[in-house]
Structures are given as C-alpha cells and as structure tokens.
Design a protein around this ligand. Structure first.
Ligand code: NAD
Ligand code: USQ
Length: 402
C-alpha cells in the first residue's frame, strides 16, 4: 500500500514508518520537526541520541534498500498539505502529527491555545485534503484513552448503547478528558466523525493508552535508527520516567495516591496495531473506534514493578509520593474494553520482567545524558503561568500571537 505517516519523525511515527516499510509498503513521512523545536524551547532532550531525520532515512535505505519519501512541512498549512497529498496519493494516512503532551498544554494560556490550534486545525486540514484529493483513502488517527477520562462504569470501544425514556440508541461514549491536550483529541474525534458522516470518508480512531519502551525489530537494526526515549516531566511517560529515575537513584515520582489507572502498551504493539488497522480498513462512511492498549496498571503498581526490577540489578530506590500536580482521580474504578485489535490478530507483548530489565539497561546505557533537573514536576494544573517561552511556531500558526 501507499501509506503516509504524518509525524514520522516522532516516537510512535518513526517506529511505525520503519515497521511498514520493512513489510513492503511504500511509505512517505510528513513532519515539520516541531517536536525537536519544543525540546529546544524547554531545554530537554530524549535520553537516546536520535539522528536528524534525513540521515536516519539514508541509513534505513542503505540497510534495507527501501526508500521512505520525506515531506517537510506543517499540516496546519493547507497549501503544503494539499500539495503533499497530491504527490503521495496515499491509500492510508496515519496521523500522529500533533502536540501530544498533557503537561505542555497545561503550561499556560499560550501553550493551551497552541496545542488546540496545532492539533484541531491539522486534523481538520487533513479531512479536507482527503476529501478533495484522495476520498477513498483510509484515515488512521491517533486518539487517546484519556478522551474517556475515568468514569465509574466500564469504558466501551467508542460507542455505548443507551436506553433513555424507553428508546435506545448507539451513541459515542461520553468524554471527560483531563487536560487541554486530551480535549484537543476529543475535538478531533468529533470532527472526524462528522466528516465521515457528510462526505463518506473512512476513518479509524485509535484510542491509544500510554506507550512504553523504545526498541522495535527495525529500530534495533542499527544504533543510528534508535528511537526517542522521553523521561522529562513534560514529554516523559510514566514507566519510561520510573526507569530513568531508578538508574540515577531518584525516588520514583508517583503522583498523589498512585491509584490513577491507565491502559498501557509496548511500542512493538503500537506498530502492529497500526499495521492491522491499515490492512483491515474502515468502510466508506464508517467512523470506527478501537481502544489501543494491552494491559491496565495503576501508577503505584508500576512504581512497585520498577522498584523490584531496580533492586534485582542492585539499585535500591525509594518510591516518593508527591502531591499530584494534575487534577485527576487518584483512586477510581477503571475497566476499559480492548478486544477489537485482538480480534484482528494482535498478539500483545505484556509487560514482563525481561522488558523492565531491558528498559533499565537502556536507561543505564545513556545515563550520562540524564538531566536530574527535568524530573520533578513543576507544571501545576491548578496554577497555569507564563513560566516558559512560547513555542516558536505559535505566532506563525495563528498569524499573530495567542
Ligand atoms: P511525538 O511528539 O514523539 O511525535 C509527534 C510528531 O509530530 C513529531 O515528530 C512532530 O514534529 C510532529 N508534528 C507535530 N505537529 C505537527 C505539525 N503541525 N505538522 C507536522 N508535523 C507535526 O509524539 P508521539 O509520542 O509519537 O505521539 C504520536 C501520536 O500518538 C500523537 O497524536 C499522540 O497524541 C498519540 N499518542 C501517543 C501516546 C504516547 O504514549 N506516546 C499515547 C497515546 C496517543
Ligand atoms: N504520573 C505519575 N508520575 C510521573 C508521571 C506521571 O504518577 O512521574 C501519572 C500521571 O499523573 C497520570 C499517569 O501517570 O495519572 C499517566 O501519565 P503520563 O505522563 O505517563 O501519560 P499522559 O499524560 O496520560 O499522556 C501520555 C502521552 C499522551 C497520550 C496518553 C495516553 O503523553 O500523548 O495521549 O499518554 S492516555 O493516558 O491513555 O490518555
């Protein structure tokens, strides 16, 4: 298939582009490198030393003979996106190209506005570009499990049948997101659902849980293909953070009671889920939703698992219970369905002792690059403030300041 990967320089996008290219698909990447700029803006860097994208693509071609085309530009720029779509003529578009950090979106007003414009306008542009140039193309959009929040009932895969005053309907599952970032995903979902209805586009919304790990079959072929591994308070996800913290003897930063429960998956399952969505497309007019995670854990459970793995390696690390900087339920019911991707053939990589060991080993290997200053949380949901500079793109995207 001809597949476009929007956001292919990022964590999930890079691993996915290589996975699909290795399986014989004609892959193109679209990215504007904004994520690398946000790292500069915030003074953070991935634990692993990632190479410039053009260099990574050359190395991939040298190793496999496969060319991945590159389109550098911003998906919020419709002229750029339209030209890229016309040239790529994709049968599937995988859309990862968003600002994906909840803390970044809660920094202050400017970052909240930037996140929503970048994400919502980018997705809206993509819907119009698909309608105009590739109406039969399958949109695979990365949503998030956090769109649902933590309701006191089981979470279904996208839709719930409701009986009200004697009548029944199948309706979108209620959304109670916990940050301006997570809200941007809800707005995207509504826009995509509407576009499928009015223009008969075909779309799959993958409500992905928190991803951990960095190694996939393809990225491990050569050190120069290594993927990102974020551990800072803004872009680092919880398990990756705990592994880095353990390695430098920093108490594991469990927020609040640690009863916050989320769906998790290995990056190797992310790439497989995307492949499954590509090879089993939605029908014209269908807005399909899959919950993309393999296991659920509380933050406290993950802390204990990381602590045990660290102790096995001779590192004694404590669990710190920090006041929760976020506004979220710290002890709650959580049971989310996730059977549709399994039915399509996903064979999960569950979180095992050996995987935790390998994560710790990666953290230990790049220990010299760990900056302890970026670990403790400073962004407080209750007190947004202009504590950092604006994203470089903010003024460009809106044609003026937010
Ligand atoms: P990432 O920040 O590593 O990658 C995103 C990429 O998109 C970056 O390379 C960035 O430069 C690019 N990008 C952003 N805005 C762009 C724009 N306007 N135009 C062109 N390129 C743009 O993020 P990730 O972790 O790979 O996440 C990818 C997607 O998956 C996001 O939509 C995120 O919401 C979703 N997701 C991620 C996780 C996770 O744990 N990482 C979990 C659930 C969902
Ligand atoms: N947490 C801690 N300690 C930490 C970091 C996080 O206790 O040091 C807690 C958070 O309070 C939260 C949970 O761990 O309750 C998950 O936080 P996270 O930072 O690992 O993940 P989150 O902010 O939810 O965002 C990540 C990705 C985002 C994606 C989301 C999937 O950055 O792009 O959408 O996971 S989900 O959580 O299912 O919405």
């Amino acid at each position: 298939m001809k597949i476009a990967v929007l956001g292919g320089d990022g964590y999930c996008g890079w691993a996915t582009a290589l996975h699909l290219s290795a399986r014989g698909h004609a892959v193109s990447i679209v990215d504007n490198y904004s994520r690398r700029q946000w790292d500069d803006e915030l003074g953070i860097q991935t634990l692993t030393p990632i190479r410039p994208l053009a260099e990574r693509l050359q190395i991939w071609k040298g190793l496999t003979g496969n060319t991945i085309e590159l389109f550098v530009g911003d998906v919020t720029d419709y002229d750029f996106l339209a030209a890229a779509m016309k040239e790529m003529e994709p049968e599937a578009v995988i859309h990862f190209a968003e600002q994906r950090s909840a803390p970044y979106s809660m920094l202050d007003r400017a970052h909240a506005a930037f996140t929503q414009v970048n994400n919502v306008v980018g997705t809206l542009n993509l819907l119009f570009a698909i309608r105009e140039f590739q109406p039969d193309c399958h949109l695979i959009k990365l949503g998030t499990m956090g769109e649902y929040g933590t309701p006191n009932i089981d979470i279904e895969e996208g839709y719930i049948e409701i009986e009200h005053n004697g009548r029944k309907d199948l309706l979108p599952f209620p959304k109670q997101p916990g940050s301006f970032y997570h809200l941007s995903k809800v707005h995207d979902s509504h826009n995509i659902m509407f576009a499928c209805k009015i223009w008969k586009l075909r779309a799959t919304d993958l409500n992905q849980g928190v991803v951990y790990g960095t190694v996939t079959e393809e990225t491990s072929l050569d050190e120069a293909l290594i993927n990102r591994f974020d551990y800072d308070e803004i872009f680092g996800t919880v398990l990756n953070r705990f592994c880095v913290e353990a390695v430098i003897g920093h108490p594991l930063t469990v927020y609040g009671h640690g009863g916050q429960t989320r769906g998790f998956l290995d990056i190797r399952d992310t790439v497989r889920c995307i492949e499954l969505a590509c090879s089993n497309p939605a029908s014209p007019g269908e807005f399909r939703v899959f919950n993309q995670f393999t296991e659920q854990f509380s933050v406290r459970e993950l802390g204990s698992m990381a602590q045990t793995a660290a102790r096995k390696m001779g590192m004694d690390v404590e669990i710190a219970c920090l006041p929760d900087p976020r506004v979220e339920a710290e002890d709650h019911y959580y049971n989310a369905k996730h059977s549709k991707l399994i039915e399509l053939g996903l064979k999960p990589h569950f979180l095992s002792d050996s995987l935790l060991d390998s994560l710790m080993n990666i953290a230990a290997r790049y220990r010299d690059r760990i900056d302890p200053e970026v670990i403790l949380p400073r962004i407080n949901w209750r007190e947004p403030r202009n504590c950092r500079s604006h994203p470089k793109k903010a003024t460009v995207a809106a044609g003026g300041s937010f």
